[in-house]
Design a protein around this ligand. Structure first.
Ligand SMILES: [Zn+2]
Length: 227
């Protein structure tokens, strides 16, 4: 349906509505910036960086990708995340590629399961970011999943959100018995948690906790926008 609409409706920038482009130059300038440190109310225990606040082109872009199924928006968002990785390396916030190969782990979301057919939008962004960093080899393993019973977090307080996701994020494809061996291999890796929007930090914190249980050393969390 979306593809059909794309044929009928004029192309407009997903960030600002400008006609004729998927993502315009002005909206690119809003995305391609050094990431800023954010401190969510629920401390993920690792540094957290965002490309900016959840407003303007970042907000419009995330909504277009997640809620309207406009997959092409993953391209500018993913490229901006890749550039942010470069900024973080330049600033010495995370290790350069020669010290640790990069692994991008997407934070899970409850709603994403329902949209599985359309593909996980954050995973799509992370894959674009990985491709953008080529020839560096960046892995994007699907490690985290949200189990059933998690409510939609809209309208929940920080404490409620934390309770909502507590124990509900699970690692998939990693067996705890193998974690020790896996951890030793991961020491020479830089693992970044990726998400679209950080609100209270509850999901990032729980994701970091689960990764920690499996001995995955998290260097930080990088998100498109901070609400
Ligand atoms: Zn625009």
């Amino acid at each position: 349906m979306r593809m059909l609409l794309d044929l009928v409706l004029p192309l407009e920038c997903a960030g600002c509505g400008l006609l004729g482009e998927n993502w315009c130059a002005a909206c690119s300038r809003a995305l391609f910036v050094p990431p800023v440190t954010v401190r969510p109310r629920v401390d993920p225990g690792v540094p957290c960086w965002a490309l900016g606040t959840y407003s303007g082109p970042r907000r419009n872009g995330v909504i277009a990708l997640k809620e309207r199924g406009r997959r092409s928006v993953a391209a500018p968002l993913g490229r901006a995340l890749a550039e942010a990785v470069g900024h973080l390396r330049d600033a010495g916030e995370i290790d350069p590629p020669e010290l640790g190969s990069l692994i991008l782990v997407c934070a899970p979301s409850r709603a994403r399961a329902a949209r599985a057919r359309g593909g996980d939008p954050v995973l799509r962004c992370a894959r674009v970011a990985a491709a953008e960093l080529a020839p560096e080899r960046v892995l994007v393993p699907e490690l985290l999943r949200m189990s059933g019973g998690v409510r939609d977090s809209v309208g929940l307080s920080a404490g409620q959100r934390q309770h909502n996701v507590a124990g509900r994020i699970e690692a998939v494809g990693v067996r705890r018995s193998r974690a020790d061996r896996g951890a030793s291999r991961l020491v020479s890796h830089t693992v970044l948690l990726i998400d679209d929007v950080v609100t209270t930090g509850a999901t990032l914190a729980e994701s970091a906790r689960v990764l920690g249980e499996f001995g995955v050393p998290l260097a930080g969390a990088l998100v498109v926008a901070s609400a």
